[in-house]
Write a protein that binds this ligand. Structure first.
Ligand SMILES: Cc1ncc(COP(=O)(O)O)c(C=O)c1O
Length: 273
């Protein structure tokens, strides 16, 4: 678990402990790369790319170990299409049709899962839905990165894939949304973005948390910091529709609960954001 999240979200690690897992803060003293990074900076905040390198190194050393990369893999995106399939079913039942679909993007899996069933129809010219991927403005991979072959992990132990990237050695600012702190985006999302089938936008931390708090005030449900980025963009889209005087059905993906991220909310309250 990246060090920033390990320190800020102790109950997420505890949940994994309860399920029988041992959880290490990354960079850790368990791997060569982790020790090197800690030597350079004992307070290193870590990143998803560094976590991947450490997992690869661990895998190399322990024959019985197996690795399932979550963040940007095809199989994780495929698994999450259950979200989009359920949304499509609900849309059919209520007789509605989305005009805009929004989700936050770290590696890109919840976004891909949410929009995939609808995106297939758009690619085949059967709908005109606007798909908006929302990243953190601290990690502007789609909005400012380049489309090229790059390593998925920090030290270059994984195969290279073609994706939008800020470079595999990019270490993101220690923002509260640990799940968005990844230097690249999944190859399938990158390809679809490059072909113009979806849009990307970036939201800053303060706007994201303000949106999360507004949502909590109205709905009584606390979103995860990552999810707040999708909510902030949804609010922007509502304002755009109002300014244009049009009615639009705007759907967003509620990617996670924030009850284990209360320290992040406490920190933002202390800063007065
Ligand atoms: C609640 C939540 N939403 C979104 C993400 C972003 O990941 P992805 O883009 O792979 O869906 C994460 C990642 O950890 C997360 O925890």
């Amino acid at each position: 678990m990246t060090r920033k999240s390990y320190l800020d979200k102790p109950y997420r690690a505890l949940l994994m402990n309860l399920a029988g897992a041992e959880v290490f803060s990354s960079p850790s003293d368990k791997t060569t790369i982790g020790r090197k990074l800690l030597e350079e900076n004992p307070n290193h905040s870590g990143s998803l790319g560094i976590g991947m390198t450490e997992a690869m190194e661990f895998l190399d050393e322990k024959e019985s170990a197996r690795l399932a990369l979550g963040c940007m893999s095809y199989y994780a995106a495929l698994h999450q299409t259950i979200i989009g399939l359920e949304v499509r079913k609900q849309v059919e039942i209520i007789g509605d049709e989305p005009d805009v679909m929004i989700a936050c993007v770290g590696g890109g899996t919840n976004f891909m899962g949410f929009v995939a069933p609808f995106l297939v129809d758009r690619v085949n010219g059967k709908n005109r839905i606007e798909f908006i991927a929302v990243e953190s403005s601290n990690i502007p991979v789609l909005t400012k990165g380049t489309y090229r072959y790059d390593f998925q992990d920090f030290a270059g132990m994984t195969p290279k894939v073609k994706m939008y990237t800020l470079g595999h050695e990019f270490v993101p600012d220690p923002i509260h949304s640990g799940g968005l702190r990844y230097h690249g985006k999944s190859p399938i999302l990158s390809l679809l973005f490059d072909h113009g089938h979806l849009k990307a936008t970036a939201v800053g931390q303060e706007e994201a948390f303000a949106a999360g708090r507004l949502f909590f005030g109205h709905e009584g449900i606390l979103p995860a910091p990552e999810t707040n980025h999708a909510i902030a963009q949804t609010i922007r889209e509502v304002h755009r529709a109002m300014a244009e005087g049009v009615k639009r059905n705007i759907y967003f993906c509620f990617s996670g609960m924030g009850y284990l991220d209360l320290k992040n909310y406490a920190d933002t309250l202390q800063r007065g954001t």
